[in-house]
Design a protein around this ligand. Structure first.
Ligand SMILES: C=Cc1c(C(=O)O)[nH]c(=O)[nH]c1=O
Length: 312
């Protein structure tokens, strides 16, 4: 059974990997994800030029009844140089994603210039959708700002680049972001990032569950699945076929992976459920995915990719 994926010149023997932010802040975590026989790749925690401690704890909370999670991590990371050193020296035959999330356009341009000039030969993800840095908007909700930064990036950047997008909830917004993205030689888009600024309450104490931003944080896990499916499907229908799609959000079962591929995903990332189960989740999900294909006598993901049916 062929459970592989392709982005640019990179072949992925398995389509599952971590979502940026989960199991990817330290070299030990990155090694663990890569070491899983059932992961196809790894993505680094989104990097800023300098080390960041992030927001005060509690800043991550698992919602009850496996609903999902809420986080306001605040972009904690070991700094750009730490992740560049890792990706330049790590011996692996799996493609690696390097995620950057500068707090300013100049920070992003500086990190991308250093990646361009380095020997890094993986894929780069420009995170335009972090919802948790107080005072900083999610860039990709500003279509002209998104066009502006991609124009400056592609004036010099030649390596495979994709963007991490926030979820959109309006058909016109799907049209507008696709019209921007189709003007650039992007290798991929990754959709969705967490649903920004949700709120969860502890019923015993009548208190929010995370400390930063008065309890507001990004939502992940099963409760965001329908939004993830919609964003993968809407962008697949609108983007040039040369722009591949990483589907992220709401994956807790092999059926969820199958559904994202049905909507058009080439790779699939796991966030909240990876926090719950750790790296064995990749084996479970791939096994369940294979069973879903088996049920319908499919031999490969290619047979279902983008083949979601509508009602005539
Ligand atoms: C990079 C910061 C992000 C964070 C964070 O570090 O708070 N959380 C998310 O759910 N998505 C992000 O993109």
């Amino acid at each position: 059974m062929d459970l592989t994926g392709q982005i640019a010149n990179f072949h992925f023997n398995h389509i599952l990997l971590n979502a940026a932010g989960v199991k990817c802040q330290t070299t030990a975590e990155l090694d663990q994800v890569l070491a899983s026989p059932y992961s196809g790749s790894v993505v680094t925690k989104s990097a800023t030029p300098m080390v960041r401690p992030g927001n005060p704890s509690p800043r991550y909370y698992q919602l009850p009844e496996e609903l999902g999670s809420i986080n306001s991590m605040g972009l904690p990371n070991e700094g750009f140089a730490y992740y560049l050193d890792y990706v330049l020296n790590k011996q692996t035959d799996k493609p690696v994603f390097f995620s950057v999330a500068g707090l300013t356009k100049d920070d992003n341009l500086a990190m991308l210039m250093e990646l361009e000039q380095s020997d890094f030969n993986g894929l780069v993800e420009l995170n335009l959708s972090c919802p948790n840095v107080p005072g900083k908007p999610q860039t990709a909700y500003d279509f002209e700002a998104t066009r502006a930064i991609l124009t400056e990036v592609f004036a010099f950047f030649t390596k495979p680049l994709g963007v991490k997008l926030p979820p959109y909830f309006d058909m016109v917004h799907f049209d507008m972001i696709a019209a921007v993205l189709n003007d650039f030689p992007l290798a991929f888009v990754n959709t969705i990032n967490s649903i920004g600024n949700g709120l969860a309450i502890d019923p015993h104490t009548d208190t929010v569950v995370i400390k930063p931003k008065g309890g507001f944080g990004g939502l992940g896990g099963s409760l965001v699945k329908a939004t993830a499916l919609a964003n993968v499907r809407a962008l697949r229908e609108r983007l040039n076929e040369s722009i591949k799609i990483i589907g992220t959000g709401g994956v807790t079962s092999g059926r969820d992976v199958y559904d994202l591929v049905l909507c058009g995903a080439d790779l699939v990332e796991v966030g909240t459920q990876l926090m719950v189960e750790d790296t064995p989740v990749f084996e479970r999900l791939e096994g369940e995915l294979a069973n879903e294909l088996d049920k319908k006598n499919y031999q490969s993901l290619a047979e279902i990719r983008g083949k979601l049916q509508t009602i005539a």
